[in-house]
Design a protein around this ligand. Sequence first.
Ligand code: URA
Length: 269
Amino acid sequence: MQDALTTLNWLVEAGADEVIGDAPVNRLQAKAPTIPMPAKQAAPVFTPAPGKVPAAPQSDTVGDAQALAATATSLADLKTAIENFEGCALKRTATNTVFADGTPTGRVMFIGEAPGRDEDRMGKPFVGRAGQLLDKMLASIGLDRTRNVYITNVINWRPPDNRDPTPEEAAQCLPFLRRHIELANPQVIVLLGAVAGRHVMGISDGIMKSRGRWMEYRVGDRMVPIMPTLHPAYMLRQPAHKKLAWRDLQSVAARMESLGLPELFSQGN
Ligand code: URA
């Protein structure tokens, strides 16, 4: 029994946490020979009734996302727009749409990659182990999601087995993220990990090269300082690299200081 539990734990931690059938499948067992299907039993071909030809598939899902995102004039509108968007296949396998967590008026925005298993279940970003580490990282520079920091992801739905989002999936979610940034109007943005760096800033260098470097992101007529750093999930696997993230966070704290953000926080704004 204990062995079964250990194996199950290992599978869940490895991301194999979706049940795809009622009966277990022994993939080690020799396969029965495949019996060729007689021609008369070939799969039926679907022929639409005259006048009932199905509409051509709506393929401009990125255009649809752009149009929908542009209609949002508040964060609440945007959340509804994303929840109503059917153009990203990830939504079909996800339990919840994951929009954001924290304090939108906080002026500091952290952007991760995509929801994982816990985030998918709870409908909030960074609530699992990586989220707990993120909270510690934030606390080390006086940030706290309940008071002064806003958190979201590039992707709003969990990719199956926590795989990287495809470029197509990212392109379908990016119009929403761009509008999200405009509406939250942060003064400082931190990108967590290579995937966020790639999709938000087009960074093709590895995260080890790009981390800690300040860049600028245009929001309307403002340029907002933006910096990639290491993803907390990566640091759970490579704890020795926490010191690099700590350096980056100190740079974020210095930037916040130069913008007068800590004073704003202490005034309860
Ligand atoms: N990793 C992310 O990038 N985002 C989350 O919300 C959780 C884990």
